[in-house]
Design a protein around this ligand. Structure first.
Ligand code: 4HQ
Length: 265
C-alpha cells in the first residue's frame, strides 16, 4: 500500500536530489513511496508555452494561468483513484505534525507549487481540496514547501524509518522537545558529557532525559507544555526545574543547567 505524490511545478529539477537521498531515497527504492514531478509548462498549448500573465486590475508581478494548471491536474486525475489536491501558500492552514499524520493516511496527494504572485483564484475554487502553509514567511515558490510536506508526511508511512523506529514515537507526539544527545568523545575541549549517561543506570538515564526534555520545553516552548500530557512525575520534575531556575537568580553556582541563557543547542 504505497503512497503516491504528484508534484506540479514549473521547476521539476528542484526535486531531483533532495527527495531522493538518504531515507526518502531508500523508501522510494523499496516501493513505499512514489514521487513524480510534472512540469506545468508541458500542459501549455501555445507556441511560446506561456504559463503566466499580468493580473486583472493591475498591480505588480505575474499570475499563473488557469488552463495549464487545470490540464496538468486533470492529467493526474485521469490516471486513477481518489486523490487529495494541496496548494502550498502562506494563506493556508499552518502545517504541523498532526496535519502530516492525517495526510499520511491518503493514498495519493497532488502538490501544486505556485511561482510569482501565485495561481489564478479559480484554480483553487475548482481543483484544490486544501491550502497549506509551512510557516509565516515568504518563499520564492511553493517547491520548498512541497518538499517539507513530502518529507514530514513520508516519515509516517510504515517502514520508511526502518522496522525498529516510527514517527509516532517522536517527541512531538508527546508534545515535548527532545532531550540533549551526546556521542564520543567524552571530553571535547573541556566540555564533558553528563556523568549520568555513562552510569549504566537505565532508570536514572530515563529520568535525566525526561527532566532535560521538560526543561528545554519549559525554557524554549512553554506553549507546548500547556498541551502536553504530563504525569505526576513530570510535574514534580518541572517543579524542580522551576526551583533551580529561581535559585539561579539568587546566584546559586549549581544551577548552570537551569539557565536559559546558557542553554545552547
Ligand atoms: N509561497 N508555505 C508564494 C510560500 C509558502 C509558504 C508559496 C510563496 C506560494 C506563490 N508556501 N507562492 N510560506 O511562501 O507554503
Amino acid at each position: 500500500m504505497r503512497m503516491r505524490f504528484d508534484i506540479l511545478t514549473l521547476f521539476p529539477n528542484m526535486f531531483s536530489s533532495p527527495l531522493r537521498e538518504s531515507i526518502l531515497g531508500k523508501a522510494i527504492e523499496r516501493g513505499l513511496i512514489q514521487i513524480q514531478t510534472i512540469n506545468i509548462r508541458d500542459f501549455t498549448l501555445d507556441k511560446h508555452q506561456v504559463v503566466d500573465d499580468t493580473p486583472y486590475g493591475g498591480g505588480q508581478g505575474m499570475v499563473m494561468k488557469v488552463e495549464p494548471v487545470a490540464r496538468a491536474i486533470e492529467s493526474v486525475k485521469a490516471q486513477n483513484s481518489p486523490v487529495w489536491t494541496i496548494y502550498l501558500t502562506p494563506q493556508g492552514t499552518p502545517f504541523n505534525q498532526d496535519l502530516a499524520r492525517r495526510l499520511s493516511t491518503q493514498p495519493h496527494l497532488i502538490l501544486l507549487c505556485g511561482r510569482y504572485e501565485g495561481v489564478d483564484e479559480r484554480v483553487k475554487d475548482l481543483f484544490v481540496d486544501e491550502e497549506i502553509s509551512i510557516g509565516d514567511y515568504v518563499l520564492t515558490g511553493g517547491e520548498l514547501a512541497a518538499m517539507v510536506l513530502v518529507d514530514a508526511v513520508s516519515r509516517f508511512i510504515p517502514g520508511v524509518l526502518g522496522s525498529d523506529r516510527s514517527a509516532v514515537e517522536d517527541s512531538f507526539f508527546n508534545s515535548l522537545l527532545e532531550y540533549p544527545q551526546y556521542t564520543r568523545p567524552f571530553d571535547f575541549k573541556g566540555r564533558c558529557v553528563p556523568e549520568v549517561l555513562l552510569s549504566g543506570n537505565h532508570s536514572a538515564i530515563s529520568l535525566w532525559r525526561r527532566k532535560e526534555a521538560l526543561r528545554r520545553t519549559w525554557v524554549r516552548r512553554p506553549d507546548l507544555l500547556e498541551k502536553a500530557n504530563l504525569s505526576g512525575e513530570d510535574r514534580k520534575l518541572l517543579e524542580e526545574i522551576r526551583k533551580s531556575n529561581d535559585d539561579c537568580g539568587l546566584g546559586n553556582a549549581d544551577c548552570a543547567a537551569g539557565s536559559s541563557t546558557r542553554d545552547k543547542s
